[in-house]
Design a protein around this ligand. Structure first.
Ligand code: SF4
Length: 334
């Protein structure tokens, strides 16, 4: 692991993380293989920073978020939160950490209990951790609902009475209820109309400022990630293939996969548009990833060595790391 991940003001450090799902088969339902959903991922997020994780569906970005939240067990590697290794925490210690790491989900409706009043949905995490009088609990929930831009009477209503954007505001109020340090936002606006997406994104930015939040922001939409993030990690087939400040990712992407993603973003002025790079073929199965560079079957710049050796993620400019043989001669033999 590179020493840059050991800096003091990192809130989160993810070190060589692997999350594999067993594939069961045969008569006795034995493990016959693994889906390598997250395969050796490392990154750090500083206090108050937003790291965007971007990539196509199935690239492992959501699994990374869920493993950090400890909804899934890591197969290997370490998750260090606020200086504490939380990778294997259980019981009471895990419960304590969960106060500080909350999630905003993609589908706000599916994550909200339809049988509960909104006031109770938002109050639930507080009641799970703190003893409060009913009056002070209600005041706190009312204040949270106001903070996220919902009307006062939202407290007494049910989730189905709200629009998609308002439901996501309820989900955000609940995520904020315990005053977490880190919020993992997993595609928080992808289920919303484009017209309300920017309202919810701007709300998240305002709340970040006010509540001193750190974000891991997961999305497939590069424009959304650009709006939200300070730094961006690009994932492909369970690996981070490039990570850098957002300006470097958007203005001078180095990895051929990032270059293809960036070339597909619509721009307002077509004269400024560089030629779109259309990738051939589908993403391979993470149950059977290709030898060598995981991107080589689709890479327009693939060379002979790309199918033999896997490139490591290496710093090629200050703060800009890329896993590609075009920039990196130091490879791991597979
Ligand atoms: Fe393409 Fe080779 Fe770089 Fe992989 S290592 S992205 S195949 S050039």
């Amino acid at each position: 692991m590179e020493s840059t991940l050991k800096e003091k003001d990192n809130l989160l450090e993810v070190i060589d993380l692997k999350t594999y799902y067993p594939i069961k088969g045969g008569f006795l339902r034995q493990t016959v293989g693994h889906v390598k959903a997250v395969d050796n991922v490392s990154f750090a997020i500083k206090n108050g920073e937003t790291l965007g994780l971007v990539g196509e569906s199935g690239c492992g970005k959501s699994t990374t978020g869920r493993t950090i939240l400890r909804l899934l067990d890591a197969t290997e590697g370490q998750i260090v939160f606020n200086g504490q290794d939380i990778t294997k925490l259980k019981g009471k210690s895990l419960r304590e950490i969960r106060k500080d790491i909350q999630m905003v989900f993609q589908d706000p409706y599916a994550s909200l209990n339809p049988m509960q009043m909104v006031g109770n949905i938002v109050a639930e995490p507080i009641m799970n951790y703190q003893k409060k009088s009913l009056n002070s609990l209600k005041d706190e929930v009312m204040a949270l609902l106001k903070k996220v831009g919902l009307p006062e009477d939202a407290y007494y209503k049910y989730a189905h009475e709200f629009s998609g954007g308002q439901r996501q505001r309820i989900g955000i109020a609940r995520a904020l209820a315990l005053r977490p340090k880190l919020i993992i936002a997993d595609e928080p606006v992808s289920a919303l109309d484009v017209s309300v997406q920017s309202q919810v994104l701007n709300l998240l930015k305002e709340l970040q400022e006010e509540f001193d939040l750190t974000f891991l922001f997961i999305a497939h939409d590069l424009s959304v990630v650009k709006h939200m993030s300070d730094r961006i990690g690009v994932m492909y087939l369970g690996n981070i293939v490039e990570i850098a400040d957002k300006e470097h990712i958007y203005d001078e992407p180095l990895h051929p996969y990032t270059q293809a993603l960036i070339s597909a973003i619509p721009v307002p002025d077509p004269r400024k548009k560089s030629q779109r790079i259309v990738l051939q073929g589908d993403i391979p199965s993470p149950a059977n990833p290709p030898q060598g560079c995981p991107f080589h079957p689709r890479c327009p710049k693939a060379m002979a060595e790309c199918s033999l050796t896997k490139p490591t993620l290496k710093e090629v400019k200050p703060g800009h790391r890329v896993a590609c043989h075009l920039y990196n001669n130091d490879t791991d033999k597979q």
